[in-house]
Design a protein around this ligand. Sequence first.
Ligand code: IPE
Ligand code: IPE
Ligand code: MG
Length: 246
Amino acid sequence: MTSDLEAPPPRHVCIIMDGNGRWARKRLMPRSFGHRKGVETTRRAIEFFARSGVEHLTLFAFSSENWNRPAEEVSQLMDLFLQSLESNTDELCEQGIRIRFIGDRSRFDAGLRAQLEESERLTRNNRRLTVNVAVNYGGHWDLVQAARALARRVAAGELDADAIDAPQFAAQLALGDCPEADLFIRTGGERRISNFLLWQLAYTEFYFCDTLWPDFSETEMQQALDEFARRQRRFGKTGEQLEGAG
Ligand code: IPE
Ligand code: IPE
Ligand code: MG
């Protein structure tokens, strides 16, 4: 093993958990079977990244564009989401994991909205790992709601428009209290962001793999962390500057 594995883990990992549908279709099964299998991988990923010392794990579970899927798949996803939270919240709590949801909840039914609040309430004092689950989330939605919040404060005379800077803008985003994402992982072979976090990905390291989400193993999770540890993050500086700094 190389010494780079001793580098500190990323503080904030975000994942586009993609490929459930194709995983199921390869087995001649309905897409919903892949989504159920995907929940098992999600549980393992939460345990793995908690053990690895990551502070924030942001998971893309349902995008604002996923409403465009067939109504039956959308409704199965909502049911699965509710069931998974009902059956896993206690265990998350025992593991010291805090769960929060980012996205526009207004389109969910009352039962699901109540469960989101309940899972957040039960786990809110946990500090080992914070899992941010993005549901009905879109990067555009997030930027627009931040702009609206600032505009309201300007209109109310509480804020000078010229005083708005990047940290103030960032504070209005759904992940306003999180460090920016260090590592982005997308399984399932596509090389795109699909309207996931936009602002927070400005200096993130990207890791794409072809493995479909239900097959994404702890070994591959570790490979993503190892790859991250080998990257030199320059933030605009030269490599020589960083090496000179030791
Ligand atoms: C990701 O898997 C899960 C959700 C978007 C809810 P997909 O359902 O997108 O699976 P593929 O990409 O069709 O294989
Ligand atoms: C992104 O995956 C959303 C989630 C994983 C929840 P999609 O499968 O919906 O993305 P596109 O449509 O292929 O870009
Ligand atoms: Mg997909």
